[in-house]
Design a protein around this ligand. Structure first.
Ligand code: NAD
Length: 293
């Protein structure tokens, strides 16, 4: 039976560390760390995600400065809201909740976020910093995957890793982080021929294809660590990932569950990026470095 890569449990541990950093330095700084989640329109899934992020902020002592704009808000007004948040000294992290309503181009808006306040690590400068191995806020989902692997004693160094998916949100930064951790990385995507031939060679497989239950027993090498990033609502109710958990569990050495694996860690890394930005702005030493490699 595979070791369960428990994101819920790790998220709780990391939250405790964040709380103690915030508690220890709030008096000196004179204010709590601040995260602004900017939501445009009424995507129902986004409403739930934003509420979860705000609850997580409250748990560790991060102040929320959310803004919710109507779906028909013109791009220049969204842009001025971002500029206001960039200039707001109470705000250490800014997150533009995606997807945006049709007609709004996310790219110039993401680029307008001050890179030092980029809580999602998706600004071009921060993706460039990741590429070059320079410090900066890291993309939350892949950083959460790295933390899950490390905290379960899975060291990617010298291992063959396959990342399924090449999105800017997950697959690409994931491949860079695994490479930085000295894995030998293959990136598979929708045009990859014979996916299973690649994944069966790998000691670590990260699945971020957004295809319900596409990875089964035939894709997995016995003893591999499998991280399931996908999350889907099943027509009959409940959630599933990109991996057929019942098939892979008996073969793999480790598997992340859905829900309760990568999802909670994504939210936690947002908190980490915000607290680290607050520390950096105020010259505070912290012990969170291994979470943002
Ligand atoms: P995306 O649609 O932008 O990218 C999917 C990638 O998978 C593409 O690069 C595509 O080439 C590849 N792909 C698609 N079908 C494939 C196939 N049959 N074989 C190999 N590769 C294939 O999606 P994304 O934003 O990267 O997200 C991926 C999944 O992760 C989604 O299910 C999303 O909901 C989930 N997600 C979860 C979290 C979380 O916190 N748990 C965070 C972000 C994304």
């Amino acid at each position: 039976m595979a070791l369960r890569l428990d994101g819920k449990e790790l998220a709780a541990t990391v939250e405790r560390r964040l709380t103690s950093v915030v508690d220890a330095h709030t008096k000196t700084v004179g204010r709590l760390p601040g995260l602004a989640v900017l939501r445009v329109g009424d995507d129902p899934a986004s409403a739930v995600y934003v509420a979860n992020k705000e609850k997580a902020c409250a748990r560790v002592g991060i102040a929320s400065y959310g803004a919710h704009l109507a779906a028909d808000t013109p791009a220049d007004q969204v842009l001025s809201t971002i500029k206001l948040l960039n200039a707001d000294s109470r705000v250490d992290g800014i997150l533009l909740q995606l997807p945006l309503p049709k007609g709004l181009d996310e790219r110039p808006l993401l680029e307008a976020i001050d890179p030092e306040k980029d809580a999602d690590g998706l600004h071009t400068l921060n993706l460039g910093r990741l590429l070059k191995g320079e410090p900066g806020p890291r993309s939350c989902t892949p950083a959460g995957v790295m933390a899950l692997l490390r905290s379960n004693g899975i060291d990617p160094a010298g291992q063959r890793a396959v990342v399924i998916g090449r999105s800017i949100l997950v697959g690409q930064p994931m491949a860079l982080m695994l490479q930085a951790a000295n894995a030998t990385v293959t990136v598979a995507h929708s045009r990859t021929a014979d996916l299973a031939a690649h994944t069966r060679e790998a000691e670590i497989v990260v699945v971020a294809a957004g295809r319900p239950e596409m990875v089964g027993a035939e894709h997995v090498r016995p003893g591999a660590a499998v991280v399931d990033v996908g999350i889907h609502r099943k027509p009959e109710g409940g959630l599933c990932g990109d991996v057929v958990a019942e098939e892979v569990e008996p073969i793999a050495a480790a598997l992340s569950p859905v829900p309760g694996g990568v999802g909670p860690m994504t939210v936690t890394m947002l908190l980490v990026n915000t607290v680290v930005a607050w520390c950096r702005r105020h010259g505070i030493n912290h012990d969170l470095d291994e979470l943002i490699v």
